[in-house]
Design a protein around this ligand. Structure first.
Ligand code: GLU
Length: 471
């Protein structure tokens, strides 16, 4: 069995564990568990003087709500089982954060580093064409987004290809999210997953009793963090935790190795250093560890695996010394390894909740696209005028006046980025409370992942009931 088979099995094992804590109909559980539609494709693309046959997938895990939603991954390791596991996680993720979509995922088996920009564009456009042909993309059908190995650039190509085929379709720009802001994207989408991880961990750490069990004082401020992966998710998690949560980043792992400093690592400077030298190794003030997996075993308060699946396995689970593992990546801990962590008293904040910030802001982007208007456009000036009038009344009544700078702060109306961030914060906080409530109510549940799964299953099952299926 390859490690990717085990990723899907791992998700199924977690599902079964959670299902045993519910009294849902067996048939309904089976319907939720399976992948509804799998499109496996092969298409030729001319690379240099040769034709390469590209292997790619799009899996729609659940159609209980439409559109289905999930990123597209470009990686050498893509295979059907992996995309199925990732699509399934999207279903549960969306349910947990009340994003009204079914789960999906796409994968193209290529290492983007081996292709020129022009070749990547042709691969992306061809992949999109295949999706259009089979009706696997559309604002109300299936809406892709970035994932490992893809970003804004690829989303812009997808949108352009879709619009070429669907000329005049009013909502066409909502066919993909994670687009550049200039191409109908939304401010705050790029940082969203990392920012969501920060809000989620901060919320989990605000509960005094829960932290006491871990031997920690409440509050994220001043705590130590180790981050695996400085990609989009890992870098934003580290930067925002450092800047807004006063967190000390003591360890970082990347492809080329891992580094440590008990005094803390300035992530912004580290990223500039890596850009210049091509590596994190040798960053001033840090020690180089044995290899890139060594950072996972550091003593710290919060460990953030933000790279790929299957990083914490039965081989290293017993060596993890963190108090909290925040699964910023999808599936970084195998199901069995997570049981070891729980047994060792480590709190695992599960992927399907903690990395849901990305899809949450994708949902905001989709809503923005359907409304054909930027958030804040209608009310910003009105709110600002209202606050100004209020302030003027107070000044009149008190006979005192505020300074220009204070006036500016007090009378500011919300812009798109403010609304996105506050919507994301509210989502992460509320969802954590729901998971924690399930965890406390169902005494036999041992870990937050099972509690998150049960919360998701309850929501999905009531969706099916509303559809009149499985009454
Ligand atoms: N690829 C991201 C994830 O795994 C985002 C998906 C989306 O925005 O649709 O959650």
């Amino acid at each position: 069995m390859s490690s990717h088979d085990s990723f899907f099995k791992s998700v199924e094992r977690n599902f079964d564990k959670a299902a045993s804590h519910t009294d849902l109909h067996k048939g309904l559980l089976e319907q939720i568990k399976v992948c509804n539609a799998i499109y496996s494709m092969r298409f030729p693309v001319k690379i240099g003087n040769e034709y390469q046959v590209i292997e790619a997938y799009r899996v729609q895990h659940s159609h209980h709500r439409l559109p289905t939603k999930g990123g597209i991954r470009y990686s050498d390791n893509v295979n059907q089982e992996e995309v199925m596991a990732l699509a399934a996680l999207m279903t549960y993720k969306c349910a947990i954060v009340d994003v009204p979509f079914g789960g999906a995922k796409g994968g193209v088996k290529i290492n983007p580093k081996n292709y020129t920009e022009n070749q990547l564009e042709r691969i992306t456009r061809r992949y999109t064409t295949e999706l259009i042909r089979k009706n696997f993309i559309g604002p109300g059908i299936d809406v892709p987004a970035p994932d490992y190995g893809t970003g804004q650039r690829e989303m812009a190509w997808i949108l352009d290809t879709y619009q070429t085929f669907k000329h005049g379709e009013l909502d066409a720009v909502a066919c993909v999210t994670g687009k550049p802001v200039s191409q109908n994207g939304i401010k705050g989408r790029t940082e969203a997953t990392g920012r969501g991880v920060f809000y989620g961990v901060r919320e989990a750490m605000s509960f005094k009793d829960d932290m006491k069990k871990l031997g920690l004082t409440p509050g994220i401020e001043g705590k130590t963090m180790v981050v695996q992966g400085l990609g989009n998710v890992g870098s934003h998690t580290a930067l925002i935790s450092q800047q807004e949560g006063d967190v000390k980043i003591i360890g970082v792992a990347e492809y080329e190795g891992s580094i440590y400093s008990e005094n803390g690592i300035d992530v912004e400077k580290l990223m500039a250093f890596r850009k210049e030298t091509g590596s994190i190794i040798g960053f001033p003030g840090t020690k180089t560890l044995k290899d890139n997996m060594a950072a996972l075993e550091l003593e710290c308060d919060i460990l953030v695996p933000a790279a790929l699946e299957n990083q914490i396995t039965m081989e290293n689970a017993h060596k993890i010394k963190a108090k909290i593992v925040a699964e910023a990546a999808n599936g970084p801990t195998t199901s069995e390894a997570a049981d070891v962590l729980t047994k060792n008293g480590i709190m695992v904040i599960p992927d399907m909740y903690i990395n849901a910030g990305g899809v949450t802001v994708s949902y905001f982007e989709w809503l923005k696209n359907l409304s054909h208007m930027r958030f804040g456009r209608m009310e910003k000036r009105f709110n600002s005028n209202t606050y100004d009038n209020l302030l003027k009344t107070i000044e009149k009544l008190t006979g005192k006046t505020v300074g220009d700078k204070e006036r500016m702060v007090l009378t500011r109306g919300a812009e798109e980025i403010d609304l996105v961030r506050s919507g994301l914060e509210e989502t992460m906080v509320t969802s954590y409370h729901q998971i924690r409530e399930t965890f406390q109510r169902k005494r036999k549940i041992e870990d937050l992942r099972t509690a998150a799964f049960v919360t998701a299953l309850q929501k999905i099952s009531s969706d099916y009931e509303n559809l009149g299926v499985f009454p």
